[in-house]
Design a protein around this ligand. Structure first.
Ligand code: SAH
Length: 248
């Protein structure tokens, strides 16, 4: 009996030291480290959705789910990753910015986008707003006037696996007539007045969400009807101006 107990104790000690060794092997540590990184951004994203979006009145479940899913830190420079979920716009190079999370949520909610929709975005920038739209809509077409930004956004979106988003370089003022009409148009650069080609490319009952103005801008939500358009002026904002010339 004594020798059996001794044997059992020995076995226990041996097994626990083996378990210790196993959990601290280099691979184990590597895996734990990457989980910690995922958890950090996941936690920050949840806090952002709760405090910056829900608490300020964003209600659309599809919008909240999409923003809870899209890894915003993948759309900014690696040196800014820790700030990706903060309550502000961030630089993305070429004097442009990725919009504040609340504004992305506000505009997406105002677009009343549903899963069968075809959506046009003007001003791809980092591709973040396009990704949020891509989580909800069937197809997303996005236009960016700065070629380098369009290339980078296309790369980010394909790395993250978005297959329903197309990005092209061009002047978004003209829209993307080949795929029109669109159920929603989201414009993320501010023109001084609403571009006519965009109204023409909006489907009947479609919504356009667009910042309009020079130094004092406001977001307009325009609905196209059989008889014309209805537009509602909403919140004051500050977007980069919509450029009119194609840049090389
Ligand atoms: N939606 C972007 C942020 C937009 S910043 C994001 O989620 O990151 C505004 C962008 O609009 C800039 O990248 C700017 O280059 C682009 N832009 C300005 N004028 C434009 C135009 N006429 N056509 C297309 N893009 C334009």
């Amino acid at each position: 009996m004594a020798s059996f107990l001794l044997c059992f104790c020995f076995l226990l000690t041996y097994m626990s030291s083996y378990a210790l060794e196993f959990s601290s092997n280099p691979h184990g540590l590597e895996i734990n480290k990457s989980y910690a990184a995922i958890d950090k951004f996941d936690w920050k994203r949840r806090q952002m959705v709760k405090y910056q979006l829900r608490n300020r009145g964003i209600k659309d479940k599809r919008v909240l789910a999409a923003i809870s899913k899209v890894p915003r830190h993948e759309f900014v420079d690696s040196s800014l990753r820790d700030l990706a979920y903060s309550d502000s716009p961030l630089p993305i190079g070429h004097n442009q910015t990725i919009s504040q999370p609340y504004i992305v949520a506000y505009m997406t909610e105002a677009g009343e986008i549903s899963p069968s929709d075809k959506v046009l975005e003007i001003g791809t920038g980092s591709g973040y707003q396009a990704a949020v739209l891509g989580e909800i809509a069937k197809e997303v077409y996005s236009i960016e006037i700065i070629p380098q930004l369009a290339i980078k956004a296309r790369r980010t979106l394909s790395r993250l696996g978005y297959q329903n988003i197309q990005v092209k370089t061009g002047d978004g003022y003209q829209g993307w007539v080949e795929n029109a009409p669109y159920d929603a148009i989201i414009v993320t650069a501010a023109p001084e007045s609403i571009p006519k080609p965009l109204i023409e490319q909006l489907a009947i009952n479609g919504k356009m969400v667009i910042p309009v103005g020079k130094s004092n801008q406001e977001i307009f939500v325009l609905t196209k009807t059989q008889n014309g358009t209805l537009s509602e002026k909403t919140i004051p904002v500050r977007f980069v101006p919509m450029r009119r010339k194609f840049l090389q």
